[in-house]
Write a protein that binds this ligand. Structure first.
Ligand SMILES: Cc1cc2nc3c(=O)[nH]c(=O)nc-3n(C[C@H](O)[C@H](O)[C@H](O)COP(=O)(O)O)c2cc1C
Length: 363
């Protein structure tokens, strides 16, 4: 079977056979289902089944170097999917070329009260207000170290980035030392850090995207990274889609000025366009919207961001291999998926790998 047929069959099989059962399990509670799947992947990673998954899905084989880090392929795990890195050793088996773990914070925290994750199924979207529930940066660093993961050693089969965010209880004026602490904690294990200033679910976090503030924050992190290692860990920043062009231009100028290595665009949106049918009832749920309703806006932001010359990793509404190709055609160096993976499974990853290899002439 050709690569494109195999990935299409995988996607169709997931949607027809696995997804209906999965979405109804655990009382149809999206968060419990997610937890169960992460636990399952964590267990499978250390079993012979992982090699069977390799065979079925196909590992990434389209290397691209981004800010000095060699990704095995163009499609990565988006932040939030594996917040505590419990499935970190499994992502390479599912065809991913890199994975961004986290967001973790300097202190462990419970996140917002449940329910905090909602499926907008007709619209192929999700609304979440998780609020950085995580075990803390040091738990993640220890877990990875326990598996022998050190920066650059490829122990997970693919590079692992770590997304860092502000601890909720830390006042916004103390954000810089809080982020610096997380960077210090994970720099030995992570291949890059992504500075998350764009989650809509931590009060005040997005104010850090203001040009002067982001420049101070990123400059402090870049400076600390240089002190810590001879080859400093690359510092990426993840931005929101809900910014005006003026704000975006100023933000990007500050990101370049601070010496950041690249941009991840975009996080979830506070907008509610694109919700259809019964999903419109979810519009009043506070939180960030992801998936198909975000595709158009994320593309617009990526198109403007690539003009700055920094490497751009595209995230937002990548639901099909065609959506990923559109981002790569705009000039993104790689893409990340979250909601598309929930709706289409590993076939989406295989499909993106197939088409991106084709495009770069390595098929
Ligand atoms: C349930 C959920 C949790 C998320 N948690 C994080 C997070 O902790 N850190 C982060 O940077 N982005 C987080 N995101 C945003 C995703 O990484 C991604 O940028 C966004 O969902 C858009 O991509 P998508 O349309 O492929 O989902 C989360 C998204 C969802 C749906």
């Amino acid at each position: 079977m050709s690569g494109s047929m195999r990935s299409a069959a995988l996607r169709a099989g997931y949607r027809a056979l696995i997804r209906p059962v999965l979405f109804r399990s655990y009382g149809a509670d999206p968060e419990r289902i997610h937890e169960a799947m992460i636990n399952l992947l964590a267990q499978v990673a250390s079993s012979p089944v992982a090699r069977g998954v390799d065979w079925l899905v196909g590992r990434a084989n389209d290397p691209v170097t981004v800010a000095g880090v060699r990704f095995a392929g163009r499609v990565g795990v988006a932040a939030g999917l594996d917040k505590d890195g419990r499935a970190a050793m499994m992502w390479s088996h599912l065809g991913f070329g890199f994975a961004e773990l986290g967001t973790v914070t300097a202190e462990a925290q419970p996140g917002n009260p449940s329910p905090r994750l909602f499926r907008a199924r007709r619209s192929s979207g999700l609304i979440n207000r998780m609020g950085f529930n995580n075990d803390g940066a040091s738990a993640l660093a220890s877990r990875l170290a326990g598996w022998g993961v050190r920066r650059g050693n490829g122990a997970a089969g693919i590079p692992l980035g770590v997304s860092i965010g502000k601890t909720k209880l830390t006042p916004i004026e103390q954000a810089v030392p809080d982020y610096v602490r997380s960077l210090e904690t994970v720099h030995g294990q992570a291949d890059y850090v992504a500075v998350n200033v764009s989650s809509p679910n931590t009060p005040g976090l997005r104010t850090l995207q203001r040009a002067a503030t982001i420049e101070e924050l990123l400059a402090a992190l870049v400076a600390r990274a240089r002190e810590l290692d001879e080859t400093p860990i690359p510092v990426f920043v993840k931005i929101a889609p809900d910014v005006s062009w003026d704000e975006l231009d100023q933000l990007l100028a500050a990101v370049v000025g601070a010496g950041a290595a690249g941009v991840i665009a975009t996080n979830t949106t506070l907008g509610r366009t694109g919700l259809v049918g019964a999903d419109r009832l979810l519009a009043s749920q506070p939180g960030g919207l992801s998936g198909a309703p975000l595709t158009r806006r994320a593309r617009q932001v990526v198109a403007r961001t690539v003009d700055q010359g920094l490497p751009v990793i595209a995230s937002g509404g990548i639901m099909t291999p065609g959506d990923a190709m559109a981002m790569l055609d705009l000039g993104a160096v790689a893409v990340q998926v979250y909601t598309g993976f929930i709706y289409s499974g590993p076939g989406l990853v295989a499909g993106i790998n197939h088409w991106s290899r084709d495009k770069t002439g390595r098929s």
